[in-house]
Design a protein around this ligand. Structure first.
Ligand code: SPV
Ligand code: MG
Length: 541
């Protein structure tokens, strides 16, 4: 398929081709798009409609640059040409030159100017009282416009208002001819009569000197065949998108006002889905896939929150540790929002003890109903469906800063854990914690080289301890597949062992199976909630 010609060339063709063409009024990006979707080949940027939509009169109350802004939105929203109703050109020949230049820059294919005096009044309001421009002055404006255009196909239509002002056929023809000689691409002959007699008389005398454009707003009952037979070039349906919008808006708004309810209007209006479609939402969704960084968006989160948290005594009698209040919100809610801030939106929580206490929405829940007789690995296995693509696994009782998750996401290794190198000052030092030995301790060198996990140890006093595991495991897409398969094998081969496994046991198993577990050193900025005072401390997160 050959590419569509530029908009100026399209408009020039519509106006000059022998076959009758139609321009549909639009007054903003949305109505322009609707006109295009209906099948129209071109748009009339109506001065009346644009001003009405802006809430002002068709008397150049909206400045020409404000009109320019509107018409730019229309041009951006569509692929068909726009002929702007440029009123009188908003000033003299110099204003016209600048107008043409700016319209070309903003993708508008042509402009129609009328031979009245700035500021103009709509032709249907006291038309006969409206002064017309001097012929020479107006012809000079056309010449200036034609000479200002850079694109040879930019269209300038000269609108003759002689009939509107009550000056008759002879004056209309005289003006049309002067404007033709000044270089206009077409003549728009306007009439406020209920019958087409004036425009038909004009066309008969005019012949084919230049294409003739008409606006049958007042003589709307004339069959279109009459225009076709008379050899007109273009029919402009000048204000019907704007008028139909008014009808619809008045009806809907009145109904809502009366009812104080949306019930009677919902089925009468388009869905918001249709609004999104017209706005091109689908294209944006595709583009996001192409251009947005993948890591955050496509990373899932799994939070293991099945255990009660016995160590907290009566506090966890009726709800699990993950649902205990920290600064007015459950611990889990803090965890979820940190995940989300880091770009992890799809979060699955494994519930167990008092699962009915989990009342946070927009999280996916899966259950480990055997939470009393099983350990963390079984809980993780219950979230197997969520284990696809890059995934960050954490506990439901650990608070942390978002950069920790972001750093995990940015690594490409298949298995990555976070280790706190400042474990000497950890609150967990005297408690049972998961200390690790690694391929090398945290140091400047470790920043540049890959550090891997050797083993988990419980004795924090050992000289080879490199830090404390913070409870995070990130798996890559490939890592998630390995992990899933490992969970399945473990469950099948040795169910009692499987039931008793904690995440460090699983990591050991992975290492035993020959998978490298990468270590990311950080210092602090996380909190394992194991005691009442931790809940108070958590408020600073
Ligand atoms: C417009 O649509 O703004 C026009 C056509 O200029 S008319 O309102 O008929 O004058
Ligand atoms: Mg107008």
């Amino acid at each position: 398929m050959s590419p569509k010609p530029k908009k100026t060339t399209q408009l020039k063709h519509l106006v000059t081709r022998p076959e009758l063409s139609f321009l549909m009024e639009a007054h903003n990006g949305l109505s322009a798009k609707i006109a295009e979707e209906a099948g129209f080949e071109g748009i009339w940027g109506s001065g009346l409609s644009i001003s009405a939509a802006l809430g002002c009169r068709d008397n150049n109350e909206a400045s020409w640059t404000q009109v320019l802004e509107v018409v730019e939105f229309m041009a951006d929203a569509t692929n068909i040409p726009i002929l702007l109703d440029g009123d009188t050109g908003y000033g003299n020949f110099n204003s016209m030159r600048r107008l043409v230049k700016k319209l070309e820059q903003r993708g508008v294919a042509g402009v129609c100017i009328e031979d009245k005096i700035f500021p103009k009044t709509n032709s249907f309001i006291r038309g006969s009282a409206q002064p017309l421009a001097e012929i020479d002055e107006f012809a000079g404006k056309i010449r200036a416009g034609k000479e200002a255009q850079i694109d040879a196909d930019f269209v300038i239509v000269a609108r003759v208002e002689a009939f509107i002002a009550g000056w008759g056929l002879e004056e209309a023809l005289k003006r049309g001819e002067a404007y033709r000689q000044a270089g206009a691409d077409a003549i728009l002959i306007h009439s406020a009569l209920r019958s087409p007699e004036e425009i038909l008389a004009f066309k008969k005398e005019w012949g084919d000197r230049l294409p003739v454009v008409i606006v049958p707003t007042k003589y709307y009952s004339t069959p279109t065949e009459v225009f076709r037979d008379a050899g007109f070039s273009t029919v402009i349906w000048a204000n019907h998108a704007m008028r139909s919008a008014i009808t619809a808006m008045q009806k809907t708004v009145k109904q809502i006002y009366q009812d104080q309810s949306l019930l009677n209007v919902e089925s009468e209006v388009v869905t918001v889905g249709e609004v999104f479609r017209l706005q091109g939402e689908a294209e944006l969704e595709q583009a996001e896939k192409l251009y947005l960084p993948k890591h955050g968006k496509s990373t899932r989160g799994i939070v293991l929150a099945a255990s009660r948290g016995q160590e907290l005594g009566d506090l966890t009698k009726d709800k699990p540790k993950a649902m205990l209040d920290v600064k007015g919100q459950p611990l889990l809610s803090h965890i979820a929002s940190t995940f989300r801030d880091a770009g992890v939106k799809d979060i699955t929580v494994v519930r167990g003890f008092k699962k009915e206490a989990f009342n946070l929405t927009s999280l996916t829940y899966v259950d480990n109903d055997a939470y009393e007789t099983t350990q963390e690995v079984v809980s993780l296995a219950r979230a197997k469906d969520a284990l696809s693509g890059q995934t960050v696994i954490s506990y439901g009782d650990v608070l942390f800063k978002k950069y920790i998750v972001q750093e995990l996401i940015e690594t490409t290794d298949d298995f990555v854990i976070c280790v706190d190198a400042a474990w000497q000052s950890s609150r967990n030092k005297g408690r049972s914690a998961d200390f690790v030995t690694c391929s090398q301790p945290s140091s400047k060198r470790a920043f540049y080289e890959k550090v891997t996990l050797r083993d988990f140890v419980t004795d924090g006093e050992r000289s080879d301890v490199a830090g404390e595991w913070m409870g995070f495991l990130k798996v890559s897409d490939a890592g998630a597949k390995v992990l899933k398969a490992t969970l399945e094998t473990l469950e099948q081969d040795d169910k009692p062992r499987f039931d008793g496994m904690k995440i460090p046991d699983l990591l050991r198993q992975l290492a035993k199976d020959g998978h490298e577990v990468r270590v990311l050193y950080t210092t602090g900025h996380w909190l394992d909630v194991d005691a009442v005072e931790d809940l108070v401390l958590g408020a600073s997160f």
